[in-house]
Write a protein that binds this ligand. Structure first.
Ligand code: HEC
Length: 138
């Protein structure tokens, strides 16, 4: 057999094995990334329940279901960094309207959330604060 052909086949096989072995594995649970914290979910009513709906539509793609964060994407909002004394309600309005420069986490900047209203943000805050309280963050 032609030696060059054998060499080419061997190189292709080796590259194939390397790619197969080291190519990032797709997460097993659909496209969901791994959450960063465990979150106890309390019963929700009123504004907090309305806030969950807005949150799920506008924030969950990054901050994850139940604000538990997503590995490599965005932090959990159920986290002591974001307790009221550290990140007051104002920081939620500013984050949603203007975006956030990455400073606490290695996930890059948060872009402004297009078309969100103050009322929607107020409801999201009700929701996130309820989650925080249910998880001992006050
Ligand atoms: C495209 C992804 C993305 C979306 C969508 C997103 N965020 Fe963020 N958010 C981030 C990242 C990343 C950070 C972390 C920045 C850092 O390193 O501190 C962040 C940080 C924050 C902070 C902390 C702000 C501060 O002052 O440190 C708040 C509050 C926040 N997000 C709220 C929200 C809310 C509310 C929504 C939905 C209305 C939302 N985010 C949607 C990616 C996102």
């Amino acid at each position: 057999m032609n030696n060059r052909l054998t060499l080419v086949i061997v190189v292709i096989l080796v590259l194939g094995v390397i790619l197969w072995r080291y190519y990032p594995q797709t997460p097993s649970k659909g496209n969901a990334r791994q959450q960063i914290v465990e979150v106890n979910v309390p019963d929700l009513t009123g504004a907090a329940l309305a806030g969950k709906a807005v949150y799920d539509e506008k924030c969950a793609s990054c901050h994850g279901a139940n604000a538990a964060g997503q590995q490599d994407i965005a932090p959990p909002l159920v986290h002591r960094f974001y307790e009221p004394g550290h990140h007051g309600d104002r920081s939620f309005y500013l984050a949603a309207k203007n975006g956030v420069r990455a400073h606490h986490w290695p996930f890059g900047d948060m872009p402004p959330v297009e078309g969100i209203t103050d009322k929607q943000i107020a409801r999201i805050i009700e929701y996130v604060r309820r989650l925080q309280i249910a998880n001992g963050i006050e």
